[in-house]
Write a protein that binds this ligand. Sequence first.
Ligand SMILES: Cc1ncc(COP(=O)(O)O)c(C=O)c1O
Length: 386
Amino acid sequence: MFLRSDTTCPWSHEIEELRERGLLRTMPLVNGMPGRIVTVNGRDVLNFSSNNYLGLAGHPDVIHAASDSAQHYGAGSTASRLIVGNTEIHRELESFIATWKGTEAALVFGSGYQANVGVLSALADRGDLIISDELNHASIIDGCRLSRAEVKIYPHLELGRVEDFAKARGYRRKLVVTESVFSMDGDLAPLKDLDEICHRWGAILMVDEAHASGIMGHEGQGLALEQGVVPEIQMGTLGKAVGASGAYVAGRRSLIDLLTNRARSLIYTTAPSPAVCGSALAALKIIVSEEGAERRNRLKTNVGIFQELLACGPWARPNASHIVPILIGDSNRTMRVSAKCLSKGVFAHGIRFPTVPEGAARLRLTLMSDHTLEDLIKAVEILLEA
Ligand SMILES: Cc1ncc(COP(=O)(O)O)c(C=O)c1O
């Protein structure tokens, strides 16, 4: 039995309002392998919208490892990590991550969202202070809210304001939290400066390396390593450059022990599947290998070429990163430009409020190591036309 569509719907006005403001979202249907070309709504188009920066989601070894792990441990993990959901492959993955990151231990979560919400709500409470960049990801914002700590938001990358907030006394614990490569702008956080501020004022630094894991650092460990910083709490995702799914937190053994006892998004949920852990492990092994270095280099080359190509257009020079925002402003206009790009064969997803601030809608283009020179030229030509 279905509810009839002509009966009064309690939220129809909300849907209508979203539509009028150009904020109504729908899910494009994607088929086939997630490479530089994807099939979107039945058509093959150039993919400039995925976080599969190194192309590992479609790598044969990574796919093979997923099926191998499923064969060995089953399709699902069947319970929480703390009950019967914790297999050898979970352990192996965490031990690999800890060695790779140079930390005492690591803990794998089902997603980056779960990791951020879990860490922040486990480590901060009433009487604590969280100092957070205004452009931090929704999962950090939600973690701050859940924690019940006092939250101070600083204007994007404004270190002076971080220092002002960090000086405050009377809190049990102070935590500064930032992304390393910002997900919607592609700019980099000055982690060394943030680390120094934290040391000066007795605060803890938490860095979300979602968009730097696999890409920055000599073996893809992230931006912190590249900048010579060892944050107390290092979070990264396994579903972007790593090409699988899930996330990790790396740090001291005691941090991991505390999270195992307090992070509700780890405790009260089914463990990531063995297939996910197996594929993430296989991808990380590629990331630290020569092949990984070669993929990182190709991505870096593409970033340089794309910057040069964009310099011919009417856009502000973008940051030198694999995330390239093309700021448009108005949501409706952004979605029209995005649709035009798609109709011409380039998937350049439009990003709107509340993912970005109101009036800052944009196309968010992402580069892959697998993009060819022709792909990059075609994307810029179509952008110019659209
Ligand atoms: C900076 C940042 N942190 C966390 C997340 C959440 O990661 P996941 O997609 O694994 O939940 C994302 C992804 O959208 C992100 O961009």
